[in-house]
Structure formats: structure tokens, C-alpha cells
Design a protein around this ligand. Structure first.
Ligand code: ADP
Length: 173
């Protein structure tokens, strides 16, 4: 399976697309969102503002594509993860939608490599082990349905997410 795990800052990745764990306003925030806007420069926010003017933000589970500004990637795909609320509010399927919709957008844009952070596991408090299970299962299903189309990088920033994601990847082999 074409999935790799890395432990680093996603803003340094030279993929066709990197995914941003954005919020529904698309106007920037903390965590990985802040890091991407800081490193990529104002062009990314300018495109986000145009998307907001056109469609009024981005709903949880959905994704939009912008330039990557001065980042080494070509595109940033902004997706909005669910806020963890105990797990009974559709959080798992909403998180799966983030991965699926981002991958579809990347495929439609002709991307061959896509890098993901651990969506929702920061300020949105999704438990790392469960988030890793959803991420790996959803990516595997997508890559099976689109064989040979893409390589996916799972970019973990902290140790807990790295360990959980690695364990989940090893489970399937
Ligand atoms: P969310 O609101 O979706 O929880 P956060 O940005 O708060 O988004 O956190 C999502 C994940 O991104 C966390 O696992 C956090 O460790 C990770 N993260 C933060 N900064 C970076 C970065 N520069 N590169 C990759 N991952 C990052």
C-alpha cells in the first residue's frame, strides 16, 4: 500500500498537496493551520477569502483547494475536522469524510503525492488512537479503489500521534 509515515512539520513537505486541518471560517487559526499560513504567506488566505465570499466557508468533513503560496507543495487542501464531543455525534464518519474528500480533491487536481496531518487531534481533541484508525482505514479504502493513483504521507507532529499512526499502519500488514 502506498502510505508512508513521517514525523516532521508538514510545511516542509514537497508533496503535490498538503492538507490543512482548518476551521469552518477558513480564515486561519492556531496549530497546523497557523503554521501553514505563516509559512505559505498571504496568498493562501487571499484565496481562502475568495472561497468564503463564494460559498461561505467550509462545512465539517468537506474540503477546498488553494495555492500553497511559497510552501514547497503545489496546493493546500483545507478540510474541517469534527470537534470531539464524546464520539456519539458522528465524529468518526465526519473525520472519514475529511480524508475521503481531501483525497478526491487531490485526485481531481492531478496530485500524485498528498500529505496529511493528524486532523482533529489537536485543539479539536479527537483521541489519537481512534483518529489514526479512521485515517488509515479511509486512506486504504480510497487507495484500493484508485490503485496506483497516489502516494499518501501521514505527517505526525507529536509523539503520541506518531506512535498511534505507526501502530495502525503495522496492524494491516
Ligand atoms: P484540529 O483543530 O483539527 O485539532 P490542530 O492544528 O490543533 O487541528 O491539530 C491537528 C494536528 O496537527 C495535531 O496532531 C498537531 O500535533 C498537528 N500539528 C501542529 N502543527 C503541525 C505542523 N506544523 N505540521 C504537522 N502537524 C502539525
Amino acid at each position: 500500500m502506498n502510505i508512508e509515515i513521517l514525523r516532521c512539520d508538514i510545511t516542509t513537505i514537497e508533496a503535490d498537496a498538503i492538507v490543512n486541518a482548518a476551521n469552518s471560517s477558513l480564515l486561519g487559526g492556531g496549530g497546523v493551520d497557523g503554521a501553514i499560513h505563516r509559512a505559505g504567506g498571504p496568498e493562501i488566505l487571499e484565496e481562502c477569502r475568495k472561497i468564503v465570499a463564494r460559498q461561505g466557508g467550509c462545512k465539517t468533513g468537506e474540503a477546498v483547494l488553494t495555492t500553497a503560496g511559497r510552501l514547497p507543495a503545489r496546493y493546500v487542501i483545507h478540510t474541517v475536522g469534527p470537534v470531539w464531543n464524546g464520539g456519539q455525534r458522528n465524529e468518526h464518519s465526519l473525520l472519514a469524510n475529511c480524508y475521503r474528500n481531501s483525497l478526491q480533491l487531490a485526485l481531481d487536481a492531478g496530485c500524485q503525492t498528498v500529505a496529511f496531518p493528524n486532523i482533529s487531534t489537536g485543539v479539536y481533541r479527537f483521541p489519537a488512537a481512534e483518529a489514526a484508525r479512521v485515517a488509515v482505514a479511509t486512506i486504504r479504502a480510497f487507495l484500493q479503489a484508485h490503485e496506483g493513483a497516489m502516494k499518501v504521507l501521514l505527517v505526525c507532529f507529536d509523539e503520541v500521534n506518531f506512535d498511534c499512526t505507526k501502530e495502525e499502519l503495522e496492524r494491516g500488514h
